[in-house]
Design a protein around this ligand. Structure first.
Ligand code: BDP
Length: 697
């Protein structure tokens, strides 16, 4: 099936000139090595080039002839070629690659190389992408290195096969059949990840189960690690802080207790004996009911450092999550992670990296960047994005997330003056950190198309590309993805790219315009629920976030309110504090303003908000039209699939618009402005909708 093949379609080129051009530069493939990874690379080149060029390209192990495509790691290259490339080798890091047209013994060849065979594999995929996207392979001179070390997926997969916030079927990991049964999907998964430079995967949910650390499961984890290894993908696990009690029979999990310390040391030793390249642990501690060091009067530093000591002898890392908020202090949830973690700056061990969500609340359609970025110069911080669309319409809404990711990465923290972007925090350049990383909460499941929505594949793809290079722009990513997934035809690319590029703002418009946030329905977060006010904790309720009343709407986080703005550098705080300079897209995130507040376009807030909701719906109508016009460029299967999904998206966009406007209208007491369609249902109707099953809950 087409959509199983993701962005690795390797569609046959129908332009004979192009085929001739490529063929003339690739008269043969020379594979210099025989490692598992180079076998993978060779197979990829053969499949890719043979399919795209429609003929079999001969493979050889020596450079004999001309116009050969030669690949192998540095040491496999002939000394003369190594010398020729010496400057380039100096310029790349461990995972970086070189793709270069060279002349060797008066013959032209293309060489793909790097310092090790995984880097070469990245180079091979990058080369194939050139051909996939119809780029020239004339006089190549590409020297590229990833800007972060840990480029990792976080699977929120449970041992019972369900996926928390997963909208693409069940977990890929079949724990029952492992270790003996190696599903082809594990291999295809690894291959897809390698093709975009992802080099790590956390197999298990952050809401962790200690069982994964028992021998029965470790044997299964080992089997997966063995499959992933040739693709350069390291396995990591979530560590349940109370595991020493639950599976170790200890009385405590106190990180200062000698038996606990020893238990984690022994456990780590056991894991590394099976999996010598095990990546390390990801930990959610003292957050949403998960156990942690605070259960024993210790703090996050004690907990993280104890685990860090356990894995340090083996080169492992601890990714300690900063997603914490306490029920005892619900005054402003947005402030809590910063308040709790920033004082720890400089106290974590070298192999600890603190994993911070992109925004201070929780993966909303739009959030200002998390104030922790740039605020802990002595601590490596890694980014946590959510690829799975928990708050973005699940896998039924087409929302191209690289736009969101880029917006966050480009944001300027001003922590070291102008230009201190989040990307510079993440790639370590702002504060000189060697340990760097980007995590993405996976949207992958057992669905044939992997991600539920064919276009959600682009979010996995885009995440990987941005993890490799946080400075890439979303448009380049969209272009690459469309070409390698669907078609190189400009008539298709142009409208579809525009549709993707606008899709995130579209979702913001019909869900949470002007800085609104967390007004999704209870628990499952499916559809609108701005009226919800009965959940156990105040900060779980939408009413806590929008604070609509007859005077206006919005959460005052400025200095006259919760003062969350003070957690940013002064330049940023000032910008957000001041109504005149606070970007309108973040208005209600930072301010409570009256329904009559004048927006920049001269409209009142109420009118402007209503029109935004309407605009969101109109934009989905446009998406439907755009897609319908692409029929002749796409296979029927994917065409139909997307067409049906867009109809759901349209229906749900209207649901969002009508439910939110009817609800807020009770407070504004104003009529809908002209241009906004009248709701066809009552507020009571929307409130009465119940979803005993919503996926991912
Ligand atoms: C929230 C999810 C919840 C996760 C939590 C987390 O609703 O399922 O467990 O974040 O990131 O977004 O730990």
């Amino acid at each position: 099936q087409r959509d199983y093949k993701l962005w690795l379609q390797y569609e046959k080129k129908n332009n004979p000139e192009l085929v001739r051009e490529y063929s003339s530069k690739i008269s043969g493939i020379v594979s210099l090595e025989n490692s598992e990874s180079s076998k993978v690379a060779l197979k990829e080149l053969e499949v890719g080039l043979n399919d795209m060029l429609g003929k079999k390209i001969p493979v050889q192990s020596k450079i004999e002839g001309e116009n050969l495509l030669v690949f192998g790691s540095k040491l496999s290259l002939d000394a003369e070629i190594q010398k020729k490339l010496s400057k380039d080798f100096e310029a790349i890091n461990k995972d970086g690659f070189i793709i270069k047209t060279i002349s060797h013994k008066n013959k032209k060849h293309i060489v793909i190389t790097g310092k090790n065979d995984i880097a070469v594999l990245y180079g091979v995929f990058s080369f194939l992408r050139l051909v996939q996207t119809n780029k020239s392979i004339d006089n190549l001179n590409i020297v590229d290195s990833p800007k972060t070390n840990i480029r990792i997926l976080n699977h929120w997969d449970n041992l019972d096969g369900t996926v928390e916030r997963g909208y693409a079927g069940a977990s890929l990991w079949n724990w029952q059949k492992l270790p003996e049964f190696i599903d082809q999907r594990y291999i295809d998964y690894a291959r897809a990840n390698a093709s975009i430079g992802i080099n790590g995967t956390v197999l298990t949910n952050v809401n962790a189960n200690a069982l994964i650390l028992t021998p029965l499961y470790l044997e299964k984890v080992e089997a997966l690690a063995n499959v992933f290894r040739p693709y350069g993908i390291k396995v990591y696990l979530t560590a349940r802080f109370s595991a020493p009690i639950e599976i170790g029979g200890l009385k405590t999990a106190d990180p200062k207790d000698a038996t606990v310390i020893n238990w984690w040391k022994e456990k780590s030793k056991e894991i590394y004996k099976r999996i010598p390249d095990f990546g390390g642990f990801l930990v959610k501690a003292n957050s949403e009911g998960q156990p942690g060091p605070q259960n024993y009067g210790r703090d996050h530093v004690d907990g993280a450092n104890m685990l860090a000591d356990a894995v340090a002898p083996f080169g492992g890392v601890v990714m300690w999550r900063a997603f914490v908020y306490s029920e005892h202090d619900a005054s402003d949830r947005a402030k809590q992670a910063y308040s709790e973690f920033v004082p720890y700056d400089g106290r974590f061990k070298d192999n600890v990296i603190v994993q911070v969500k992109n925004g201070a609340i929780d993966f909303q359609p739009r959030e200002p960047f998390h104030p922790m970025f740039g605020a802990m110069p002595k601590t490596p911080l890694m980014m946590e994005f959510q690829i799975t669309q928990e708050y973005l319409g699940f896998s039924t809404h087409l929302v191209f997330l690289p736009k969101l990711f880029q917006e966050v990465l480009e944001a300027d923290t001003y922590q070291k003056g102008k230009g201190s972007t989040v990307a510079k925090v993440v790639d370590g350049s702002l504060d000189n950190h060697k340990l760097t990383g980007i995590a993405g909460v996976s949207n992958i499941g057992s669905d044939i198309n992997w991600t539920g929505h064919p276009f959600a594949q682009a979010n996995w793809y885009g995440f990987g590309r941005l993890a490799w290079d946080p400075y890439l722009d979303a448009e380049t990513i969209a272009d690459e993805w469309i070409r390698s997934t669907f078609s190189n035809d400009e008539n298709f690319i142009k409208p579809v790219k525009e549709m993707m590029m606008d899709s995130r703002e579209t979702a913001v418009n019909y869900m949470t315009p002007l800085g609104l946030h967390h007004i999704m329905d209870t628990g499952h977060h499916y559809g609108p629920g701005p009226w919800v006010s009965d959940l156990g904790r105040p900060d779980w309720n939408p009413v806590y976030y929008h604070k609509a009343d007859k005077n206006g709407i919005g959460f005052d986080r400025s200095k006259t309110g919760s003062n969350a703005t003070s957690q940013y550098a002064p330049e940023v705080a000032k910008m957000y504090d001041n109504l005149a300079t606070c970007p309108e897209k973040d208005l209600l995130w930072f301010h409570h303003v009256s329904w009559d507040y004048k927006l920049k376009n001269g409209r009142t807030l109420w009118d402007g908000m209503a029109l935004k909701y309407q605009q969101g719906v109109d934009q989905v109508e446009e998406m439907v039209k755009t897609w319908n016009a692409t029929e002749k460029y796409v296979d029927t299967e994917r065409f139909k699939e997307v067409q049906m999904l867009l109809q759901i998206q349209l229906k749900e966009a209207k649901w969002w618009r009508d439910a939110c406007l009817l609800y807020f209208q009770q407070y504004s007491g104003k009529q809908l402005p002209e241009g906004v369609e009248k709701p066809t249902q009552t507020l009571e109707h929307f409130k009465s909708l119940k979803f005993p099953f919503a996926p991912g809950n």
